[in-house]
Design a protein around this ligand. Structure first.
Ligand SMILES: *Cc1c(COP(=O)(O)O)cnc(C)c1O
Length: 397
């Protein structure tokens, strides 16, 4: 059993705020401020450069990788932290393409996050071998997995609609067609049970600042299946992925297993905050989390559906086909979200017309979900969104 009262007490949530945006940036774990301050004062301050050995900074990317590995069903020793998710997408894709040198197609879908697609485009240009990025509708992915496909580059949960791909089925189809799979878990890790090993995924990547609550700019993670770990070739061949970084050899030799997916110096301070965030996850049973996430999402859909006929559900109605977010469409979506934020209910807007709400059981309960739906209903029935100041677009939506 997971004690959600205890997990909630572990977060700082500002007074008067109902936070439905933990799918974009998780809130501050109370322990993170002290942990970071301690790392700065006692480690950086006192140990200076000896902290790499004495405080174990160099081993952190692997240690934290294993803690995240538990949440995504990875075998111990096959996940490492570092860089940002976009970089990890590039790394995984480059390594995966090298595994299918005779094929030219990268298959993705139109629900994927643009950065994943941009990174693929950039990599295609850098490789200069005539690869093609083929983007199909999410529902058409299964059929589009043909023997031309070198790599499938898919995000399990659609960032806009919350639609959940069937990782096990699509991975099996990809393997049957001889393709290599990369799963982006940006909206899965910490949102629902994931089993990369059970599904047979070849590569997986994800970020730690969304559902995992590692803080803005927290490092990303990458998983390479054990069967590929010693032969996946890193395109970003940095010194910390070298077999012997401190031998300072002039030529690159890939490190052992997942070590080779490291690039450069790890973000020690950011990892201190993430370590504190992961302490909260230690007591969480992912099946219990999923049950509660579905309860909260279903409650929100029911309340909003009954009170706001002008909003169209953009997420799958079947909870089994959704991640841990619920989205609605409305042409004035941006203004509606601003009106909600003005009342302390924080969700976000995704172009062109998506109102997006994340349901994060670690710190959200039924009362808040009902209250948020009540605010949304008032804003809709009284057209409170219809004010010029709610139409002014900020740089970050
Ligand atoms: C959030 C997100 C990203 C962001 O990448 P960063 O490099 O961490 O900024 C990339 N891909 C997906 C699918 C995401 O949801």
């Amino acid at each position: 059993m997971t004690d959600f009262t205890a997990t909630r007490a572990a977060f700082h949530l500002p007074e008067g705020v109902i936070y439905l945006d933990g799918n974009s940036l998780g809130p501050l774990p109370r322990a993170a401020s002290d942990r970071m301050a301690r790392t700065m004062r006692d480690e950086w301050g006192e140990m200076l450069i000896t902290g790499w050995n004495r405080a174990g900074w160099m081993a952190q990317p692997r240690g934290l990788g294993d803690r995240i590995g538990r949440l995504i069903g990875a075998e111990p020793g096959h996940v490492v932290l570092g860089d940002t998710l976009s970089i990890k997408v590039y790394q995984a894709l480059a390594a995966a393409l090298e595994m299918r040198p005779e094929r030219r197609v990268i298959l993705s879908d139109s629900g994927n996050f643009p950065s994943d697609l941009y990174m693929a485009e950039g990599l295609i240009r850098a490789f200069g071998r005539g690869h093609e990025l083929r983007v199909v509708a999410p529902e058409a992915v299964a059929e589009a997995i043909t023997e031309e496909v070198a790599v499938t580059l898919l995000t399990e949960v659609d960032y806009r609609t919350g639609r959940l791909h069937d990782m096990t089925d699509l991975t099996a189809r990809a393997h049957a067609a001889g393709a290599v799979t990369i799963w982006d878990l940006a909206h899965s890790a910490g949102a629902l049970p994931v089993d990369v090993a059970g599904a047979g995924a070849d590569f997986a990547v994800g970020c730690t600042y969304k559902y995992l609550n590692g803080g803005p700019g927290a490092p990303a993670f990458i998983y390479v299946a054990p069967r590929h770990a010693e032969m996946a070739f890193p395109a970003l061949s940095g010194w910390l992925g070298h077999e012997a970084p401190f031998a300072f050899e002039p030529r690159y030799r890939a490190g052992a297993g997942i070590e080779r997916m490291r690039v450069g110096t790890p973000p020690v301070l950011a990892m201190a905050a993430l370590d504190a965030a992961l302490d909260i996850w230690d007591g969480v049973d992912m099946a219990a989390l999923r049950r509660r996430s579905i309860e909260l999402s279903e409650l929100f859909i029911a309340e909003v559906g009954a009170a706001c006929p002008g909003l169209t559900l953009a997420s799958p109605r079947d909870a089994a086909r959704r991640g841990s977010q619920v989205s609605f469409r409305h042409e004035e979506g941006y203004a509606i979200i601003q009106a909600l934020i003005a009342r302390g209910v924080i969700g976000d807007f995704r172009t062109p017309d998506i109102l997006r709400f994340g349901f994060t059981p670690l710190y959200l309960g039924h009362g808040e979900v009902r209250a948020a739906a009540g605010h949304l209903a008032e804003i809709m029935t009284e057209r409170l969104w219809d004010r010029p100041e709610y139409r002014i677009r900020a740089a970050v939506t």
